[in-house]
Structures are given as structure tokens and as C-alpha cells.
Design a protein around this ligand. Structure first.
Ligand code: AMP
Length: 407
């Protein structure tokens, strides 16, 4: 079914066309009619499935043209708020509807100026929004559509109390759209408080790994992790690589070492200033940096077209973060590769991840790497290799030149 058959307004359809989308993704097919019909929605969809357009397109159609603040979208991180606001802006380019992004870590001046000019859609992180609500700069009395995005992430970040407070400040008569990869009891409680007779949409079950991602484990001794990371970077044919670290300190350390080894590197974690975060993400998107080292703050929802590889320098703490991290590659049908360095101490974490995603992750060895120790399940290494990779190899060596030439 093409977008045309979905009853979106003509100007929104033009926006979709300009974005280069031809066919709706499964979540768009399922969610757009529900949102257009005015009903509440609770959706679990993996990031990378086209979730943003699934709510943005019907919302823009429902709004029609510019008037008052009628839509509030809550996002857990500043990056997501900025990204979702940009998506709204892109899709709305043939309308006079005005979105604004409201998040912390930056000055109040330009946000206040935009609010003063008049906006229709506020895409916000909870903390900064609360500042404006308390001082009376923003009123939620005309909100007719409330979107709670990545609610499980908001729970992780401790935002649920303020989210509940914000929900309570919205009119009761409204449409609520609720997105959460997982629905633990605390979140189910928020859903039942915020939603009325919601339609449930479950796409690509949050536990599953996007089919277009090849993923593999690379067992290595702890003291050789950095060496292996460097050897991988030298071998793979990559456009841009996201390297995940468990800790902020770890991310800084990896970035420093990669810089010393002449890689162009950006770092993204919560202790960086907002300007540093914006610069890192923009530089990574534009290709200025070929490697971005990040903590899990970057694992959710951040859309960087062309992340060709994800390398988990550290195994994620929570099994669901594995799915989110490797979801950064292989987005919207492009094939991506995701590699996880595992040390013998990670055996339990890997078992949890495999149980969570319902599949065994193949193990590989990097050819030519001077391994000091190679642990756990070596027998699998030859058989269960990911599609498109040769045993013991990540892509081919010719890539090395391309990587070098980009410096
Ligand atoms: P999201 O899950 O909203 O973060 O979207 C993931 C990526 O898929 C983004 O780069 C979108 O621009 C892209 N995308 C979303 N919907 C479509 C579509 N119907 N066709 C092609 N790309 C899409």
C-alpha cells in the first residue's frame, strides 16, 4: 500500500515525497490509521522501524494549519528531541505548522523567542519543559495530542515522576500515543493512567535484532580489547562506526587512545556539554568524524544515516540495550554489521542477551590477530558466521585503503 492510500493530507504527502520515502514501513501502515482516527495508541516498535513518521505524519495531517500549541512530544534525551523535531520540520515543510525543540543544556533565549513567535508542536525533554511550565512560559491547556516516546528510556533515566506530572497538566480530553520498547510494571502503570482504550501495535518485537544486521561476538582477553578494536578498525570496510562503552570514563579513554592512533573521533555521553554533544553528533553525521564513541545515551533512537558498523567495546549491561545498540546500524533496510568484544567475565551477560533475543550470537575470530587467549565456544566460530562475512574475517582487506583515504 503506498502512502497515498493512507489518507494523509496532500501537503504532508508532499513532505513524505520530499523525504524520499516511497512505501510505508509496517509500523506506519498499522499506526497511521489509528492516529488519524483519533484513538489512543500503545506501540512497541524497535527504533529504526520508521516510528517517528508513524506518529508525525498523521499528527501533521490532523493539525492542518498553524494555530496554537496543540501537540506535546516527550523524549528522553536532547538528541532525540532535536531529531524528532527535525523530522516534524521536514515533513511539515509544505505546511505552515511550526514545531519547536525544547531541551536543557542550552540557553533559554532562542527557545523563548520561538515560543513567542508561536508554535504548534513542542518536542521536549521533561526537565526543561518543566522549567517553562513552572514559570508559565508554556501552557498545555490546548494540547490535543500527547506523544510519550521511548517511555522505557524515560524510566531508566528517572524521568517518570516528572513525566506523570506533565501528563497530569494536559487536558483529559486528548489523544495519547505511547511508545516503549518494553513494558515493565512501572510503565504499564503509566500507560493505564495516561491512555484510554488504546489500540496495541507491536512491530518487529523489541526483542528481535533487525534482520538486516549481521552480528557476532569476538572473544578476547580483557587486556587485548583495545588492540582488537584497533585491528578491527584497520580491517573493516566502514563508512562510520559507533563504538559503545559502558561508562563515560571508559568512552573518554577509548576516544583518547583512538585519537592517538590517528582516527577522527567524536565522543557522546551525558557528561559532555550540550554544545559538545551537538558538535559530536553533527560531525559524525557529516563524516567529519569516522568513529563515535558513546555510552548508551546514544543507543536509543539516534538516527545517523550510514552507521555501517557498531562495535560494542563493552558488553551492554542490560540485554535490551544490546538490541538498541545494534539497531543503530542496519536501519531502514540497509545491511549493517555489529560486533561485540567479549571477555571471559562477560559469559553470563552474553547468556542473558542470547536468552533475551532468542538466538545464539555467532562467535568469530579476527584473522591474523595475535590472540593471547581465545575463550568460550570456539567450535561455533566456523559454522555460525553472519551472512556476508567470511569465517574469521570482517569483510575484506581492500577496505583498508578507503578508510585511510578518508582521513
Ligand atoms: P525511526 O525509526 O523513526 O528512527 O526511523 C528510522 C529511519 O528510517 C530514519 O532514517 C527514517 O528517515 C527512515 N524511514 C522512516 N520511514 C521510512 C519509509 N517509509 N521509507 C524509507 N525510510 C524511512
Amino acid at each position: 500500500m503506498p502512502f497515498k492510500a493512507l489518507n494523509l493530507s496532500d501537503s504532508v504527502l508532499r513532505g513524505v515525497q520530499a523525504a524520499g520515502y516511497t512505501d510505508p514501513t509496517p509500523i506506519q501502515l498499522r499506526a497511521i490509521p489509528v492516529v488519524l482516527g483519533g484513538g489512543d495508541l500503545i506501540a512497541s516498535a524497535q527504533t529504526g522501524t520508521g516510528k517517528t513518521a508513524a506518529f508525525a505524519l498523521p499528527i501533521l495531517t490532523r493539525l492542518g494549519s498553524h494555530s496554537r500549541v496543540r501537540v506535546l512530544v516527550l523524549e528522553p534525551t536532547r538528541e532525540l528531541a532535536a531529531q524528532v523535531e527535525t523530522a516534524f520540520r521536514d515533513f511539515a515543510r509544505f505546511t505552515d505548522i511550526r514545531p519547536v525543540a525544547i531541551f536543557g543544556g542550552v540557553g533559554y533565549g532562542s527557545q523563548r523567542a520561538e515560543l513567542k513567535r508561536g508554535v504548534d508542536i513542542i518536542v521536549a525533554t521533561p526537565g526543561r519543559l518543566m522549567d517553562y511550565l513552572k514559570e508559565g512560559t508554556i501552557s498545555l491547556r490546548d494540547i490535543s495530542i500527547l506523544v510519550l516516546d521511548e517511555v522505557d528510556r524515560m524510566l531508566d533515566m528517572g524521568f517518570l515522576p516528572v513525566v506523570k506530572d506533565i501528563i497530569a497538566r494536559c487536558p483529559r480530553e486528548r489523544q495519547t500515543l505511547f511508545f516503549s520498547a518494553t513494558v515493565p510494571p512501572e510503565i504499564a502503570a503509566v500507560a493505564s493512567f495516561a491512555l484510554r482504550n488504546p489500540t496495541r501495535v507491536e512491530i518487529g518485537v523489541a526483542r528481535s535484532v533487525t534482520a538486516s544486521v549481521n552480528h557476532a561476538l569476538y572473544p578476547v582477553a580483557a587486556e587485548q580489547k583495545f588492540e582488537l578494536l584497533e585491528a578491527m578498525l584497520a580491517k573493516i570496510n566502514f563508512d562510520s562506526v559507533l563504538v559503545f562503552s559502558r561508562t563515560k570514563h571508559g568512552a573518554d579513554k577509548i576516544a583518547r587512545r583512538l585519537k592517538t592512533a590517528n582516527h577522527s573521533v567524536a565522543v557522546l555521553h551525558a557528561n559532555r556539554s550540550q554544545n559538545q554533544r551537538i558538535e559530536a553528533l553533527a560531525g559524525f553525521k557529516s563524516g567529519k568524524y569516522e568513529v563515535m564513541v558513546a555510552t548508551d545515551i546514544a543507543a536509543r533512537g539516534i538516527d545517523v544515516a550510514g552507521v555501517s558498523h557498531v562495535i560494542n567495546y563493552d558488553v551492554p549491561e542490560k540485554p535490551e540495550d544490546y538490541v538498541h545498540r545494534i539497531g543503530r546500524t542496519g536501519r531502514a533496510q540497509a545491511v549493517g554489521d555489529a560486533f561485540t568484544l567479549v571477555t571471559p567475565e562477560n559469559a553470563g551477560d552474553i547468556r542473558d542477551i542470547e536468552r533475551f533475543i532468542g538466538q545464539k550470537i555467532p562467535e568469530l575470530k579476527l584473522e591474523g590477530f595475535p590472540y593471547k587467549a581465545f575463550t568460550s565456544r570456539p567450535a561455533q566460530a566456523q559454522e555460525q558466521r553472519p551472512r556476508g562475512s567470511l569465517p574469521g574475517q570482517i569483510r575484506h582487506k581492500g577496505s583498508f585503503n578507503r578508510f585511510r583515504s578518508r582521513r
